[in-house]
Design a protein around this ligand. Structure first.
Ligand code: IPM
Ligand code: MG
Length: 359
């Protein structure tokens, strides 16, 4: 049966890089029998302009009904002056929350042809292959109480609350353990158990769960030390599992080990329902990049690799996922480079190179 993908290009470079991912989908339909139906919807600033909200109720409903969401990016200077409750970013936060997308998978890989693109020495990053599993529906980004209050003495106070319960910790740790079983069997759990009770609960809960996974080597690290270790010797890591805030920060750091933010995809997964269908969303981690939007120069690789993750995790098409990933590596090996990688190719030319490499 045909699977439905809801495509949400969003703002900034989102529509430009998404156009290349759609070309890859069209190639797979024509040559590999991929059976998908694409629907599209506005999100972010584009949706605020046209529909009055960063994401409409209807779009949320269509995202829930789809087999997967392929998301571009949201945000831009045009919408920055609107109030805090009126941000394009609400689109992605709403989708994570409403679809229960609690496990955000952020791989950071260094491809051999790009080993010199990193600001770190080649010998430090060569062969790097880390998977960060970031909890994405809880923690301080969603915890209550939150807000800005005015104290009786007139002083303003901003409040956000880090909250995790054992169910939230267990389900994301489970995703990390299962991924590690298909990789190098090592999980590093990251928190601040030395200063935060929620961090201590995180550590205890992950430790207890690890007894069900005797084949996994579990270690624990404080988030500050993890940031330092990622810059010092990133290849020590296989899978990192951490909360929403630390995962947001550490995954940006990890992305730069690879040389360009334009390379990194992500998948965000929820729990499968009774029929086995798992809510899922795939997006590049680079954001809308307003500084280069509209020029046709953005690197489409992160969006195309996000599609590869969709093929793998939502459609169970491992061979096609691998084919797309191999085509990206081949294009890079053959010298295809957009500006962020030190080259001159346009977004569409990089798309051409990848499509030519598909077979
Ligand atoms: C990310 C982004 C988002 C986040 C923003 C856009 C809300 O930074 O996906 O990492 O902080 O989760
Ligand atoms: Mg972020």
């Amino acid at each position: 049966m045909s699977k439905t993908i809801l495509v949400t290009p969003g703002d900034g470079v989102g529509p430009e890089v998404m156009a290349q991912a759609i070309r890859v989908i069209d190639w797979l339909k024509a040559h590999r029998g991929l059976d998908v139906t694409l629907e599209t919807a506005l999100v972010g600033g584009a949706a605020m302009d046209a529909e009055g909200a960063a994401i409409s109720r209807e779009t949320v409903a269509r995202a829930k009904a789809a087999d997967a969401v392929l998301f571009g990016s949201v945000g831009g200077p045009k919408w920055e002056k609107l109030g805090f409750d009126n941000r394009p970013e609400i689109a992605i936060l709403t989708l994570r929350k409403e679809l229960g997308l609690f496990a955000n998978l952020r791989p950071a890989m260094v491809y051999d042809p790009l080993v010199d693109a990193s600001t770190l020495k080649p010998e430090v990053v060569r062969g790097l292959d880390i998977m960060i599993v970031r909890e994405s529906t809880g923690g301080i980004y969603f915890g209550e109480p939150r807000g800005v209050e005015i104290l009786p003495n007139g002083v303003k106070r901003g409040v956000n609350t880090e909250v995790y319960d054992t169910i939230e910790i267990e389900r994301v740790a489970l995703v990390a353990f299962e991924l590690a079983q298909k990789r190098d069997h090592r999980v590093t759990s990251v928190e601040k158990a030395n200063v935060m009770e929620s961090g201590l609960l995180w550590r205890e809960t992950v430790t207890a769960l690890a007894s069900d996974y005797p084949d996994i080597a579990l270690s624990h690290m404080y988030a500050d030390n993890c940031a330092m270790q990622l810059a010092r010797n990133p290849r020590q890591f296989d899978v990192i599992v951490t909360g929403n805030l630390f995962g947001d920060i550490l995954s940006d750091l990890a992305s730069m080990l690879t040389g360009s933010l334009g390379m990194l995809p992500s998948a965000t997964l929820g729990a499968p329902d009774a029929s086995g269908k798992r809510p899922s969303l795939y997006e590049p981690i680079h954001g809308s990049a307003p500084d280069i939007a509209g020029q046709g120069i953005a690197n489409p690789i992160a969006q195309i690799l996000s599609l590869a993750m969709l093929l793998r995790y939502s459609l169970n098409l491992e061979a096609d996922a691998k084919r797309v990933e191999d085509a990206v590596v081949k294009a890079l090996t053959d010298g295809a480079r957009t500006r962020d990688l030190g080259g001159t190719l346009s977004t569409a030319q990089m798309g051409d190179a990848i499509i030519a490499a598909l077979g």
